[in-house]
Structure formats: structure tokens, C-alpha cells
Design a protein around this ligand. Structure first.
Ligand SMILES: [Zn+2]
Ligand SMILES: [Zn+2]
Length: 354
């Protein structure tokens, strides 16, 4: 099968032919029809994540082996199935859940595979991802029916959508009129605002450096905006929300943003740290105690959460972000990754198989 792989950190994607894995148990091969290009793939192409003062987290330390096939926002159809699979090859489209764990640990037994600390099998890291003609899945249970959702939008639900949904759930329950800050109004931020709205939340303060991003945020449901500039970010967030915030979802998470969120927070508030921009928490530990604060990390989401999100997308008619489609090939993988890296891409990129 054809894959568009990176042979080493920093290398562009190139077309390679690899062997189709044998299928045992309920494993399946999915023909990729739609493959979203997510910002985390830019870090994966670099080969590491920035850990601030702690240095770098190398992709190989997470279990990746080169050449790696990135891409974890996949929609496709089953073309081959193991002897125990109940699905038969056919034309039904599925969203692929890519955040697969070891399958044996306590977290995995509770369907919280994104919490697995053992031998993860995430697509695009330890297993080959969706910049490919076909993708191998160890079990058919990781397929969620697409229903009548647009397939390009459906692909984005597997990572940016799921991340937004899982982060939004971590601040719930919170009264609908209490201020919640969403920091960063890029692809994941806009989706987070849309999800909060769909869950009934009303007081949403969007925070970003870009006026254009904030205009998008207002369009999709933010009730107030704060432009990051030279002024006091904490005061501005509190003023925009009409009081100290009950929660913040930080899609930037670079140290400056996490500090501002913590200082702007009401007692008992929750900060959900999502972004991978790198940095350090620098906040008085005693204030975390006095103010009874919660700091929670969020990395993607679980399979049950993806199913809930797909249901929500169908029931609540979630607004679709601008999506730029291009053919699924090595050249377009590289063009989309470059567009994300240079911030010249407005909205989301999804590669579509010929
Ligand atoms: Zn992603
Ligand atoms: Zn596990």
C-alpha cells in the first residue's frame, strides 16, 4: 500500500510502497478517503515537542519509528477485515478513532485509551497514520459511523473536534452565564467555542492576538473578545467576562497565557491546558491553594467522547469551519504542513483521495 512518509525528522513527505499488514482477530484495513492535516503534525514532522525548560520530547521517545506516516484525522471505508470482524468490506464511511492505547491497562479497560501510559498505538505516532492510501486498525471497534456528516468535516472531528469536546467537558458543569475564557481562536479554539455553545454555555470570552481570528470567534458564538497586546491581559479578561472567570480552556498554553488565566480565575475555577506551544507555569503555589484552583491537562479524547461528539455534530448542527480540500498525495501533504507552519492557511486543510 502507498504511504506518504517522512524518512527522518524535518524531512518532507514522500511516496513509499509498504507491505499491507496481515489481519488477525478484528483488525481491519481502511481505505482513506479524507485525511485532515492537523497542527500537531507540524511538531511531529519536526520530530519533537517543546517542553519549555525541560527541553524536548522526541517523537521517537514516544515510540515512533522512521519512516513515520503522519495524519490522524481520517475518514474512510473498510476494504479488508480480519476473521473475527463483523464489518464486511463495503461503502459505508467511518471516522477513525486514532488515539488507541495498549488495550490491557486500567485506563484502556475503562475506554479512556487517551490516558494509557503503557504501549500506546496512536495512529500517526506508533502506528502508521492517514497520509496514505490505506491505514491499518488493530480493531474494528475504533470505527465510528460518519452518518450524514460532511466527510471532510467528519475527519476533523477525530482530533481538533475531539480535543475541543473533551476539554469543554472537563470544565462542566458550570452555570451558563458564568464567564469562560477560550484562549486561542484558531481551528481548535473555534471548535471549542462551537462545542461550548452547543452544550448551552453563553458567556464565552475569546482571547487571541489576531483580530481576524477574534472576528471568526464572534461569528461562531463568543460573547466577548480580548485582543492580546501590551495591556494587562488579566484585567481585560475579567472585564470582558463581567467578573473573574469560572474556567479557561487554553489552546495556546505558552506560559504567559496559562498565568493570565490562573490570575483571572475565580475561586474553585478550572484551567484546562491544551496547547503545545511550550512554556512553564509560573504561578504562586499558595494562591492555587487559597483559590482552590484546578489545573487539568487535556490530550485529545476517548472513543466514547468521539461517539458523543459525532452525535452532537448531528443533533446540534455544529458550525463547520472553513475547510480547504486538496488531493491526497505527498506534494499536498507538504503544502498543507507548510501552510500550517507559516500560518498562511485560513481554516482547516483536508486531503481527499482521488
Ligand atoms: Zn491533531
Ligand atoms: Zn492502556
Amino acid at each position: 500500500m502507498k504511504v506518504f512518509a517522512h524518512k527522518e525528522p524535518g524531512a518532507p513527505a514522500e511516496e513509499l510502497e509498504v507491505e499491507r499488514p496481515e489481519l488477525d482477530g478484528s483488525a481491519v484495513i481502511v481505505r482513506v478517503t479524507h485525511s485532515g492535516v492537523c497542527h500537531s503534525d507540524v511538531h511531529c514532522q519536526d520530530g519533537y515537542f517543546d517542553l519549555g525548560d525541560a527541553g524536548r520530547y522526541e517523537l521517537t521517545a514516544a515510540g515512533a519509528r522512521y519512516p513515520v506516516v503522519l495524519g490522524h484525522e481520517i475518514v474512510g471505508e473498510v476494504v479488508a477485515a480480519g476473521p473475527d470482524a463483523t464489518l464486511t468490506p463495503g461503502d459505508t464511511k467511518f471516522i477513525v478513532f486514532p488515539w488507541i492505547g495498549c488495550g490491557d491497562c486500567h485506563a484502556c479497560s475503562e475506554d479512556r485509551e487517551n490516558y494509557c501510559s503503557r504501549r500506546k498505538r496512536n495512529l500517526s505516532v506508533q502506528l502508521r497514520g492517514g497520509y496514505a492510501e490505506e491505514v491499518y486498525l488493530p480493531d474494528e471497534r475504533y470505527l465510528v459511523p460518519l452518518g450524514d456528516i460532511d466527510p471532510s468535516f467528519g475527519a476533523t472531528l477525530a482530533c481538533s473536534g475531539l480535543t475541543s469536546y473533551s476539554a469543554a467537558k472537563k470544565i462542566m458543569p458550570v452555570p451558563a452565564d458564568e464567564p469562560v475564557a477560550v484562549i486561542g481562536a484558531g481551528g481548535v479554539g473555534l471548535m471549542t467555542i462551537a462545542v461550548l455553545r452547543a452544550l448551552g454555555h453563553q458567556n464565552i470570552v475569546a482571547v487571541d492576538m489576531s483580530e481576524a481570528a477574534l472576528a471568526n470567534a464572534t461569528k461562531i458564538g463568543a460573547s466577548a473578545t480580548v485582543t492580546v497586546g501590551g495591556q494587562n491581559l488579566v484585567t481585560e479578561i475579567v472585564t470582558a467576562g463581567g467578573g473573574k472567570i469560572a474556567a479557561a480552556i487554553d489552546l495556546v498554553n505558552n506560559g504567559d497565557t496559562s498565568n493570565a488565566a490562573l490570575f483571572a480565575m475565580a475561586n474553585g475555577g478550572t484551567l484546562v491546558s491544551v496547547g503545545l506551544f511550550g512554556g512553564q507555569y509560573k504561578f504562586p503555589t499558595a494562591l492555587a491553594a487559597f483559590n482552590l484552583l484546578n489545573i487539568r491537562g487535556n490530550f485529545v479524547g476517548s472513543l466514547p467522547e468521539l461517539k458523543e461528539l459525532v452525535q452532537l455534530a448531528q443533533d446540534a448542527n455544529l458550525p463547520v469551519p472553513p475547510i480547504k480540500e486538496a488531493p491526497l498525495n505527498a506534494q499536498e501533504v507538504n503544502a498543507a504542513l507548510d501552510g500550517l507552519r507559516q500560518r498562511t492557511l485560513n481554516g482547516r486543510a483536508v486531503l481527499v483521495a482521488p
